[in-house]
Design a protein around this ligand. Sequence first.
Ligand code: ASP
Length: 306
Amino acid sequence: MVHGGAWDIPTNALPDHRAGLALALRTGARLLQAGAPATTVVAETVTTLEAHGAFDAGRGAVLTRRQTVELDAGVMCGATLRYGGVACTQHLVHPARVAHHLLQHSDGQVRLLVGAGAERYAEAAGFALVEAASLIHPRERQRFQALQAHAFYHSSFSFLAPPAPSHPQGTVGCVARDCLGHVAAATSTGGTPFRPSGRVGDSPLAGAGVYADGHAAASATGWGEAILTVQLTSRAADEVRRGLAPEQAACSQLRQMAERVRNPHGTSATGGLLLLSREGHGSWAYTTPRMARGHWVEGHDPWLTV
Ligand code: ASP
């Protein structure tokens, strides 16, 4: 299962979102058919979405208040509880691959690396570092200018303001179950638009924006400050462990987040969630106008919608 964010995705962006999801589903299906482990499947599927440019991840990331691209990603394996995460990277095209590398090779000694430390690790592991400016999408420069004008007008509270539903929240994610029945999850993001540089949301954090254990795998999107406060993905997996169907667990956790966490404007916290049980029952839920999502099941054609 894949997602490309939950927000008020404009109609003119729908074809691009569909194209990106279709590519990602093809990547995931090919790897699953070849017998790849679930962690490789989720990391590579998310890598396809990072490369596409339609989403708030990799080459399509939104800009911080300093007009920088700062990327976060996390990958988690349900069978071993191994996890790798990177945050605030400015020179990596594919943070999900680096997070996956950390998961595979750090032996659990290090699980989360940020900024220059993450980039030094990536370089030593053989990943290419790129010029920070090469990651800036022209669409995001324009969006930044529009947000800047708005923020000047609302300067008294803009520092704390969460994104409005119309602000892009096109984080990408994938959950998968491999031929051994193991599940894994990956989430990658460019963060929230116009945030302060150095801010880290939920996406790269185990239990917040990404989680997998012996019972379920989950990937979240939405307002990161709320998602990490309630530990949305690990709570949803816990509900599956207690016997709830994934569709009930996903809905109930998003509802609880909306009830418990108010953003600084007083409205409820919104988001979207993919949840897949180790038995292979998958579901999604979202509290936004749209969520870009799709799935592939062996023996069937890929299915997607925005
Ligand atoms: N959850 C992400 C963050 O807060 C944003 C998103 O899902 O689009 O960084």
